[in-house]
Design a protein around this ligand. Sequence first.
Ligand SMILES: [Zn+2]
Length: 330
Amino acid sequence: MAEDTGFVAGIDLGATKILAVVFDGGMKARAQAKVKTPGSGSPDQVLAAILSALDTALGELGMERGDLRGLGVAVPSPVNRKKGIVLSTPNMGMKDFPLRDRLAGLLALPVALENDVQAGTLGELRGGALRGRKSAAAFFVGTGIGGGIVLNGELYRGSTGSAGELGHMILQDGGSLCGCGRRGCLEALASRTAMARDAVAAAAAGKAPVLLERAGTDFRKFRSSVFAKSVESGEKAIERIVERSAYWLGIGAANVTAVLNPEAVLLGGGMVARFPDLYKETAFKSLKDHLMPALAGTVELLITKLGDLAVPTGAAWAAREETGAREAAE
Ligand SMILES: [Zn+2]
């Protein structure tokens, strides 16, 4: 058996890309590689793509799979962590799929499985903006809005593992349709998808020529980089749409603060990483304006420190903690 270097790897298995990051024993990111997620929807092809990203990252360090202590993989789906099962990722054809054991078999390594947002929260908690915090709530703004909760210095998972669906608190009864099938959820008001819907309308009204030229009116092409280009070139209508997202997140933060009385609320995800100052300023003002007076000044608003690396960092920590626990138990 190879010498134990303490190296672990984290995989962010996303709907469009797979990011593999290798961490040393001090949990410093040492190498990373990205591949496209296969579009055809076969789990075997996804498994092969994960291994290819991992091997490329390891290759940069002159390492092989056997040099790792373990691997963590984060997926955009609810998971059964105990059984290592991905419950449902429609894009990748995984339904009740035993991803953990399939990967562990292929790699001959211990594998930990996490939901991506839970992994992102864990990453920020162990090595990012939430480091050292005992209690916090995290919002991740992307295609949807994911959330995570930290209590007593650990991730709080809830009775069935689904805690932290902060994007689905209803803020506007009868409001915009949400991906979950209900109306007026925070996600339907403040996610990148919601912003793209409003940006298409602004572009159609002739208020965002730069955005229109770069992305047309296909809202699926409205990546955070497209929003950034538009705002940087002075398109105020688009800037106001991003501010609106931050405003709604401030209300979400005020609500979760009333429920949990946390030390901190974290904002993360691609859009926040692109507009850190705008989100910090606007969401903080909105949080202050909507917080119940008795809680004034009790909560800090923080912006992601790890950005795109939050999810693979958390997945790697999950692998490390799982293998550590295994060692202690042996
Ligand atoms: Zn919803």
